[in-house]
Design a protein around this ligand. Structure first.
Ligand code: HMG
Ligand code: MG
Length: 309
Protein backbone atom coordinates (compact mmCIF):
# COMPACT_ATOMS: atom_id res chain seq x y z
CA UNK A 1 0.00 0.00 0.00
CA UNK A 2 1.22 3.52 -0.80
CA UNK A 3 2.59 5.37 2.25
CA UNK A 4 0.21 8.16 3.33
CA UNK A 5 1.80 11.53 4.18
CA UNK A 6 1.61 12.20 7.92
CA UNK A 7 -0.51 15.19 8.91
CA UNK A 8 0.31 17.73 11.64
CA UNK A 9 -0.93 16.59 15.07
CA UNK A 10 -2.10 20.04 15.98
CA UNK A 11 -3.03 23.18 14.09
CA UNK A 12 -3.68 26.83 14.88
CA UNK A 13 -7.02 28.11 13.64
CA UNK A 14 -7.09 31.89 13.22
CA UNK A 15 -10.66 33.12 13.54
CA UNK A 16 -11.12 35.92 11.00
CA UNK A 17 -14.91 36.32 11.12
CA UNK A 18 -14.95 39.59 13.08
CA UNK A 19 -12.76 41.17 10.39
CA UNK A 20 -12.90 39.35 7.05
CA UNK A 21 -16.46 38.25 7.74
CA UNK A 22 -18.01 41.45 8.98
CA UNK A 23 -16.13 43.78 6.59
CA UNK A 24 -18.29 42.45 3.81
CA UNK A 25 -21.71 42.51 5.47
CA UNK A 26 -24.31 44.93 4.16
CA UNK A 27 -25.70 45.38 7.66
CA UNK A 28 -23.41 47.63 9.67
CA UNK A 29 -23.32 45.96 13.07
CA UNK A 30 -22.84 47.93 16.27
CA UNK A 31 -19.55 47.79 18.15
CA UNK A 32 -21.42 46.11 21.04
CA UNK A 33 -22.46 43.18 18.84
CA UNK A 34 -18.94 42.81 17.45
CA UNK A 35 -17.50 42.89 20.97
CA UNK A 36 -19.83 40.14 22.11
CA UNK A 37 -18.89 38.07 19.04
CA UNK A 38 -15.16 38.41 19.78
CA UNK A 39 -15.75 37.60 23.46
CA UNK A 40 -17.68 34.47 22.58
CA UNK A 41 -14.86 33.39 20.24
CA UNK A 42 -12.31 34.08 22.97
CA UNK A 43 -14.29 31.84 25.32
CA UNK A 44 -14.37 29.12 22.65
CA UNK A 45 -10.57 28.92 22.95
CA UNK A 46 -9.06 30.53 19.84
CA UNK A 47 -5.39 31.42 20.25
CA UNK A 48 -5.65 34.06 17.52
CA UNK A 49 -8.61 36.24 16.54
CA UNK A 50 -8.52 38.84 13.76
CA UNK A 51 -10.65 41.43 15.50
CA UNK A 52 -10.13 44.73 13.68
CA UNK A 53 -9.01 46.56 10.58
CA UNK A 54 -7.56 50.06 10.59
CA UNK A 55 -8.24 51.01 7.00
CA UNK A 56 -9.96 54.01 5.46
CA UNK A 57 -13.62 54.10 6.61
CA UNK A 58 -14.47 55.50 3.16
CA UNK A 59 -13.21 52.28 1.61
CA UNK A 60 -14.53 49.81 4.20
CA UNK A 61 -17.16 51.51 6.39
CA UNK A 62 -17.98 48.27 8.23
CA UNK A 63 -14.62 48.42 10.01
CA UNK A 64 -15.00 52.01 11.23
CA UNK A 65 -15.76 50.81 14.78
CA UNK A 66 -12.42 48.99 15.14
CA UNK A 67 -11.07 51.25 17.89
CA UNK A 68 -14.23 50.77 19.97
CA UNK A 69 -14.18 47.02 19.41
CA UNK A 70 -10.55 46.66 20.50
CA UNK A 71 -11.25 48.78 23.60
CA UNK A 72 -14.32 46.78 24.57
CA UNK A 73 -13.25 43.15 24.22
CA UNK A 74 -12.33 40.98 27.21
CA UNK A 75 -8.89 39.69 26.31
CA UNK A 76 -7.68 36.30 27.36
CA UNK A 77 -3.98 36.25 28.21
CA UNK A 78 -2.10 34.37 25.51
CA UNK A 79 -4.69 35.02 22.79
CA UNK A 80 -3.40 37.13 19.90
CA UNK A 81 -5.81 39.86 18.77
CA UNK A 82 -4.80 40.94 15.26
CA UNK A 83 -5.60 44.03 13.20
CA UNK A 84 -5.10 44.91 9.54
CA UNK A 85 -2.82 47.89 8.94
CA UNK A 86 -2.25 49.00 5.33
CA UNK A 87 -0.02 51.97 6.22
CA UNK A 88 1.44 53.96 9.11
CA UNK A 89 -1.89 55.65 9.79
CA UNK A 90 -3.41 52.22 10.34
CA UNK A 91 -0.42 51.10 12.39
CA UNK A 92 -0.64 54.06 14.77
CA UNK A 93 -4.32 53.29 15.36
CA UNK A 94 -3.59 49.59 15.91
CA UNK A 95 -0.83 50.42 18.39
CA UNK A 96 -3.13 52.72 20.38
CA UNK A 97 -5.80 50.01 20.31
CA UNK A 98 -3.29 47.52 21.77
CA UNK A 99 -3.34 45.03 18.91
CA UNK A 100 -0.98 42.11 19.57
CA UNK A 101 -0.30 41.56 15.89
CA UNK A 102 -0.52 43.81 12.86
CA UNK A 103 -1.26 42.48 9.40
CA UNK A 104 0.18 44.03 6.26
CA UNK A 105 -1.80 42.91 3.26
CA UNK A 106 -0.49 42.77 -0.27
CA UNK A 107 -1.25 40.75 -3.34
CA UNK A 108 0.41 38.44 -5.83
CA UNK A 109 -1.71 40.11 -8.55
CA UNK A 110 -0.90 43.63 -9.78
CA UNK A 111 -4.50 44.23 -10.79
CA UNK A 112 -5.89 43.27 -7.39
CA UNK A 113 -3.26 45.34 -5.57
CA UNK A 114 -4.49 48.43 -7.43
CA UNK A 115 -8.16 47.71 -6.70
CA UNK A 116 -7.71 46.74 -3.06
CA UNK A 117 -5.10 49.14 -1.75
CA UNK A 118 -4.78 51.64 -4.58
CA UNK A 119 -1.10 51.02 -5.39
CA UNK A 120 1.21 48.61 -7.20
CA UNK A 121 2.78 45.59 -5.50
CA UNK A 122 6.17 47.35 -5.37
CA UNK A 123 4.61 50.50 -3.87
CA UNK A 124 2.77 48.41 -1.29
CA UNK A 125 5.97 46.71 -0.16
CA UNK A 126 7.66 50.11 0.17
CA UNK A 127 4.68 51.30 2.26
CA UNK A 128 4.88 48.20 4.45
CA UNK A 129 8.56 48.79 5.27
CA UNK A 130 7.68 51.52 7.75
CA UNK A 131 4.90 49.46 9.30
CA UNK A 132 7.15 46.40 9.61
CA UNK A 133 9.94 48.38 11.27
CA UNK A 134 7.53 50.09 13.66
CA UNK A 135 5.93 46.76 14.57
CA UNK A 136 9.32 45.27 15.40
CA UNK A 137 10.38 48.37 17.38
CA UNK A 138 7.15 48.21 19.39
CA UNK A 139 7.41 44.46 19.99
CA UNK A 140 4.31 43.53 18.00
CA UNK A 141 3.93 40.40 15.93
CA UNK A 142 3.92 41.01 12.19
CA UNK A 143 1.88 39.00 9.70
CA UNK A 144 1.83 39.35 5.94
CA UNK A 145 -1.20 38.40 3.89
CA UNK A 146 -0.95 37.68 0.17
CA UNK A 147 -4.21 37.96 -1.76
CA UNK A 148 -4.99 36.26 -5.06
CA UNK A 149 -2.26 33.64 -4.67
CA UNK A 150 -4.39 31.15 -6.63
CA UNK A 151 -6.18 33.41 -9.08
CA UNK A 152 -7.40 36.97 -9.49
CA UNK A 153 -10.87 38.35 -10.29
CA UNK A 154 -9.29 40.98 -12.56
CA UNK A 155 -6.25 39.37 -14.21
CA UNK A 156 -7.19 35.65 -14.00
CA UNK A 157 -4.08 33.46 -13.74
CA UNK A 158 -1.44 34.41 -11.19
CA UNK A 159 2.00 32.89 -11.89
CA UNK A 160 3.66 30.78 -9.17
CA UNK A 161 6.74 33.00 -9.49
CA UNK A 162 4.65 36.03 -8.57
CA UNK A 163 3.47 34.32 -5.37
CA UNK A 164 7.00 33.18 -4.47
CA UNK A 165 8.30 36.70 -5.11
CA UNK A 166 5.82 38.35 -2.71
CA UNK A 167 6.40 35.63 -0.09
CA UNK A 168 10.13 36.48 -0.30
CA UNK A 169 9.42 40.19 0.07
CA UNK A 170 7.16 39.62 3.10
CA UNK A 171 9.86 37.36 4.60
CA UNK A 172 12.47 40.09 4.08
CA UNK A 173 10.20 42.58 5.84
CA UNK A 174 10.44 40.33 8.91
CA UNK A 175 6.99 38.74 8.92
CA UNK A 176 6.48 36.14 11.63
CA UNK A 177 3.69 34.54 9.65
CA UNK A 178 2.63 34.74 6.00
CA UNK A 179 -0.87 33.96 4.75
CA UNK A 180 -1.37 32.46 1.34
CA UNK A 181 -4.85 33.61 0.42
CA UNK A 182 -7.38 32.30 -2.04
CA UNK A 183 -9.37 35.52 -2.13
CA UNK A 184 -11.95 34.29 -4.62
CA UNK A 185 -11.98 30.60 -3.65
CA UNK A 186 -10.91 29.22 -7.04
CA UNK A 187 -8.13 26.85 -5.98
CA UNK A 188 -8.38 23.08 -6.18
CA UNK A 189 -6.19 20.62 -4.22
CA UNK A 190 -3.35 20.00 -6.71
CA UNK A 191 -3.11 23.70 -7.53
CA UNK A 192 -3.08 24.38 -3.80
CA UNK A 193 -0.15 22.04 -3.32
CA UNK A 194 1.76 23.61 -6.21
CA UNK A 195 1.37 27.11 -4.76
CA UNK A 196 2.04 26.03 -1.18
CA UNK A 197 5.17 24.09 -2.21
CA UNK A 198 6.62 27.28 -3.75
CA UNK A 199 5.67 29.28 -0.67
CA UNK A 200 7.40 26.71 1.57
CA UNK A 201 10.58 27.03 -0.52
CA UNK A 202 10.46 30.82 -0.11
CA UNK A 203 9.63 30.88 3.64
CA UNK A 204 9.30 28.01 6.12
CA UNK A 205 6.44 25.63 6.53
CA UNK A 206 5.80 26.48 10.20
CA UNK A 207 5.20 30.15 9.41
CA UNK A 208 2.75 29.73 6.54
CA UNK A 209 -1.00 29.77 6.80
CA UNK A 210 -3.81 28.88 4.42
CA UNK A 211 -6.55 31.50 4.01
CA UNK A 212 -9.23 29.91 1.86
CA UNK A 213 -12.49 31.46 0.76
CA UNK A 214 -15.11 28.88 -0.12
CA UNK A 215 -16.71 30.32 -3.25
CA UNK A 216 -16.45 27.08 -5.25
CA UNK A 217 -16.80 24.72 -2.26
CA UNK A 218 -13.14 23.65 -2.42
CA UNK A 219 -11.82 25.12 0.80
CA UNK A 220 -11.87 21.98 2.99
CA UNK A 221 -10.25 19.93 0.23
CA UNK A 222 -7.59 22.63 -0.14
CA UNK A 223 -6.97 22.64 3.60
CA UNK A 224 -6.53 18.87 3.53
CA UNK A 225 -4.11 19.23 0.61
CA UNK A 226 -2.15 21.82 2.62
CA UNK A 227 -2.13 19.58 5.71
CA UNK A 228 -0.44 16.95 3.56
CA UNK A 229 2.42 19.42 3.01
CA UNK A 230 2.69 20.06 6.76
CA UNK A 231 0.99 23.48 6.87
CA UNK A 232 -0.48 23.89 10.34
CA UNK A 233 -2.13 27.33 10.43
CA UNK A 234 -5.55 27.96 8.85
CA UNK A 235 -7.90 30.92 8.76
CA UNK A 236 -11.63 30.46 9.00
CA UNK A 237 -14.71 32.46 9.76
CA UNK A 238 -17.46 31.60 12.21
CA UNK A 239 -20.68 30.87 10.35
CA UNK A 240 -18.79 31.18 7.03
CA UNK A 241 -19.17 34.96 7.19
CA UNK A 242 -17.25 37.08 4.81
CA UNK A 243 -15.92 37.90 1.41
CA UNK A 244 -13.91 40.83 0.18
CA UNK A 245 -15.36 44.17 -0.90
CA UNK A 246 -12.87 44.25 -3.80
CA UNK A 247 -13.57 40.73 -5.13
CA UNK A 248 -17.18 40.76 -6.36
CA UNK A 249 -18.97 37.43 -6.06
CA UNK A 250 -16.38 35.93 -3.72
CA UNK A 251 -18.13 34.30 -0.78
CA UNK A 252 -16.96 34.04 2.77
CA UNK A 253 -14.01 32.29 4.29
CA UNK A 254 -14.32 28.60 4.92
CA UNK A 255 -16.60 28.19 7.95
CA UNK A 256 -14.83 27.61 11.25
CA UNK A 257 -17.36 24.96 12.30
CA UNK A 258 -16.61 22.94 9.13
CA UNK A 259 -12.86 23.15 9.69
CA UNK A 260 -13.18 22.14 13.34
CA UNK A 261 -15.46 19.23 12.48
CA UNK A 262 -12.87 17.98 9.97
CA UNK A 263 -9.91 18.49 12.34
CA UNK A 264 -11.77 16.69 15.15
CA UNK A 265 -12.50 13.79 12.81
CA UNK A 266 -8.84 13.63 11.78
CA UNK A 267 -7.74 13.64 15.42
CA UNK A 268 -5.87 16.93 14.92
CA UNK A 269 -5.87 19.09 18.06
CA UNK A 270 -7.12 22.69 17.81
CA UNK A 271 -7.83 23.60 21.45
CA UNK A 272 -11.20 25.03 20.39
CA UNK A 273 -14.65 24.06 21.67
CA UNK A 274 -16.83 23.46 18.58
CA UNK A 275 -20.07 23.73 20.59
CA UNK A 276 -19.18 27.25 21.72
CA UNK A 277 -18.41 28.20 18.11
CA UNK A 278 -21.88 26.95 17.11
CA UNK A 279 -23.29 29.20 19.87
CA UNK A 280 -21.29 32.15 18.51
CA UNK A 281 -22.60 31.42 15.03
CA UNK A 282 -26.20 31.40 16.24
CA UNK A 283 -25.55 34.64 18.11
CA UNK A 284 -24.27 36.50 15.03
CA UNK A 285 -26.98 35.07 12.76
CA UNK A 286 -29.61 37.07 14.65
CA UNK A 287 -28.46 40.63 13.88
CA UNK A 288 -27.53 39.55 10.35
CA UNK A 289 -31.03 38.13 9.89
CA UNK A 290 -29.98 34.92 8.21
CA UNK A 291 -28.83 31.41 8.92
CA UNK A 292 -25.08 30.79 8.85
CA UNK A 293 -23.56 29.01 5.87
CA UNK A 294 -21.60 26.34 7.77
CA UNK A 295 -22.84 22.87 6.85
CA UNK A 296 -21.41 21.32 10.05
CA UNK A 297 -22.64 24.26 12.15
CA UNK A 298 -26.18 24.01 10.82
CA UNK A 299 -26.22 20.22 11.23
CA UNK A 300 -25.05 20.50 14.84
CA UNK A 301 -27.62 23.22 15.54
CA UNK A 302 -30.39 21.07 14.00
CA UNK A 303 -29.32 18.13 16.15
CA UNK A 304 -29.65 20.31 19.26
CA UNK A 305 -33.15 21.38 18.24
CA UNK A 306 -34.15 17.76 17.60
CA UNK A 307 -32.77 16.72 21.00
CA UNK A 308 -34.96 19.37 22.68
CA UNK A 309 -38.19 18.03 21.15
P1 HMG B 1 -5.61 55.89 -0.52
O1 HMG B 1 -6.86 56.66 -0.85
O2 HMG B 1 -4.72 55.50 -1.65
O3 HMG B 1 -4.75 56.57 0.64
O4 HMG B 1 -6.03 54.60 0.28
P2 HMG B 1 -4.33 58.00 0.98
O5 HMG B 1 -3.10 57.84 1.83
O6 HMG B 1 -4.28 58.88 -0.24
O7 HMG B 1 -5.50 58.55 1.94
C1 HMG B 1 -6.77 58.90 1.47
C2 HMG B 1 -7.73 59.09 2.64
O8 HMG B 1 -7.83 57.89 3.41
C3 HMG B 1 -7.28 60.16 3.63
O9 HMG B 1 -8.45 60.71 4.19
C4 HMG B 1 -6.59 59.38 4.71
O10 HMG B 1 -6.61 60.01 5.95
C5 HMG B 1 -7.44 58.13 4.75
P3 HMG B 1 -9.07 62.10 3.63
O11 HMG B 1 -7.95 63.09 3.78
O12 HMG B 1 -9.46 61.86 2.20
O13 HMG B 1 -10.25 62.35 4.54
N1 HMG B 1 -6.70 56.98 5.24
C6 HMG B 1 -7.02 56.27 6.34
N2 HMG B 1 -8.05 56.36 7.19
C7 HMG B 1 -8.06 55.47 8.21
N3 HMG B 1 -7.14 54.49 8.38
C8 HMG B 1 -6.12 54.37 7.52
C9 HMG B 1 -6.03 55.28 6.44
N4 HMG B 1 -5.15 55.42 5.43
C10 HMG B 1 -5.57 56.47 4.70
N5 HMG B 1 -5.22 53.41 7.69
C11 HMG B 1 -5.76 52.66 1.64
C12 HMG B 1 -5.11 53.61 0.65
C13 HMG B 1 -4.93 51.41 1.74
C14 HMG B 1 -5.85 53.34 2.98
C15 HMG B 1 -7.18 52.37 1.12
O14 HMG B 1 -7.08 51.87 -0.18
C16 HMG B 1 -7.93 51.38 1.97
O15 HMG B 1 -8.22 51.62 3.14
N6 HMG B 1 -8.31 50.26 1.38
C17 HMG B 1 -9.07 49.24 2.06
C18 HMG B 1 -8.56 47.91 1.68
C19 HMG B 1 -9.25 46.83 2.49
O16 HMG B 1 -9.50 46.99 3.67
N7 HMG B 1 -9.56 45.71 1.83
C20 HMG B 1 -10.14 44.61 2.50
C21 HMG B 1 -9.16 43.92 3.42
S1 HMG B 1 -7.98 42.91 2.54
C22 HMG B 1 -8.78 41.42 2.40
O17 HMG B 1 -9.93 41.27 2.78
C23 HMG B 1 -7.99 40.26 1.85
C24 HMG B 1 -7.59 39.24 2.91
O18 HMG B 1 -8.71 38.73 3.61
C25 HMG B 1 -6.84 38.07 2.23
C26 HMG B 1 -7.65 37.51 1.05
O19 HMG B 1 -8.69 36.89 1.26
O20 HMG B 1 -7.22 37.79 -0.07
C27 HMG B 1 -6.64 39.85 3.95
MG1 MG C 1 -9.95 37.12 2.95
Amino acid sequence: MKQQPSLPQQVKIVEVGPRDGLQNEKEALSAAVKIELVDRLTQAGFANIEAASFVSPKWVPQMATSTEVMAGIARRPGTIYSALTPNMQGFEAALLAKADEVVIFGSASEAFSQKNINCSIAESIARFEGVAKAAKDDGLRLRGSISCAFGCPYQGEVPLDAVADVVGRMRDLGCDEIDIADTIGVATPRKTQAVMARAIEAFHVGGLSGHFHDTYGQALANIYASLELGIAIYHSSVSGLGGCPYAKGATGNVATEDVLYMMNGLGIATGIDLDLVVDASQFISQPLGREGSSRAGNALAAKRTAACR
